[in-house]
Design a protein around this ligand. Structure first.
Ligand code: GRF
Length: 301
């Protein structure tokens, strides 16, 4: 049950605990306040006003109190998004940050992507290009673990919000799940991201994180198998072909279910650098398209 809630709300275990605390305190406080109000106004239990007042306090007071209580617990943005969802159902719109796109006759919900990358960001650029004018898929955040990485300049140039993450917080605290939640992220694309994804984050985004690996998994995957090391290993093993694997991310390095593979030849004259170039071409052709297809399939469910 807790895991289901974590993935539905896209929160980690600790945040879920804080959210429960906010709900519990708000419930108790609202009941107390409504009792006090009916007491002060001296309204009799048998009067219909007693119940009208109680219901009003429970409906409106609760929403206000929950926002106030969420503040000291650091959960304001979670509850504010929750309130916004309720208000949207009553036709209130929030300019600039709405999760829906209005067409002529229908409303389509947005799927917001966060791209995680550590390097130059050529794949990130291709994905940004693909979705720049997309009707319902949007790159909303770039997450990077390396200050000065090329991908940060791309985010800046494309005016996409970006964050540089801290190792300690990523692995030993909330894994930045509240930040992803704040940006209403639905889907994560790892495009050359070198850190392992913490279990909390995998659980908060089940089957909603995809990675690209520059080899034909399950060969040449795992810890330490990235960049030139992968291509050197392929060449040293004398393999006649290599390629790319796009796969879902689970708790182990390069291990989740494969979604797509494409191959290229490895010839005798290839070096790690020339092989990397061939692989990059394959990545740029296929990665954005496959990401779009995965999102389309999931949206259709
Ligand atoms: C790609 O080859 C990807 O497969 C690997 O890291 C590289 C990232 O390249 N995981 P870029 O930063 O997108 O140019």
């Amino acid at each position: 049950m807790f895991q289901k809630l974590q993935s539905k709300w896209k929160v980690g275990g600790w945040q879920l605990f804080l959210i429960f605390c906010v709900f519990a305190i708000t419930g108790t406080l609202t009941a107390y306040i409504s009792r006090q109000i009916t007491g002060w106004l001296d309204i009799d239990r048998t009067s219909p006003w007693f119940w009208v007042l109680k219901i009003l306090v429970l409906i409106f007071g609760y929403q206000i109190i929950i926002l106030i209580i969420s503040f000291p617990f650091g959960q304001f943005s979670f509850f504010w998004n929750y309130e916004k969802k309720i208000l949207r159902r009553f036709g209130v719109s929030f300019p600039g940050n709405d999760s829906t796109v209005s067409g002529n006759t229908s409303e389509v919900s947005l799927t917001r992507i966060a791209i995680f990358a550590s390097g130059a960001g050529s794949n990130a650029q291709k994905i940004i290009d693909r979705f720049r004018n997309h009707l319902y898929i949007k790159v909303s955040l770039v997450v990077c673990n390396k200050p000065g990485a090329g991908v940060l300049s791309i985010a800046q140039k494309e005016k996409i919000p970006f964050i540089v993450i801290d190792k300690e917080r990523f692995f030993r605290s909330d894994a930045y799940i509240p930040v992803l939640k704040e940006h209403e992220i639905d889907f994560i694309v790892l495009a050359g991201f070198l850190w392992k994804i913490p279990t909390e984050l995998v659980r908060a985004f089940p089957n909603k994180i995809v990675n690209i690996h520059p080899a034909l998994l399950p060969k040449y995957g795992g810890k330490g198998m990235y960049g030139q090391f992968v291509h050197e290993a392929v060449i040293n093993a004398g393999d006649k072909e290599s390629g790319i694997t796009i796969h879902f991310v689970d708790e182990q390095y390069d291990h989740g279910a494969a979604i797509f593979q494409a191959k290229c030849l490895v010839v005798d004259t290839d070096t790690a650098t020339s092989l990397a170039e061939k692989i990059h071409v394959l990545e740029h052709i296929h990665f954005p398209r496959v990401v779009e297809e995965v999102i389309e399939v999931q949206r259709a469910r």
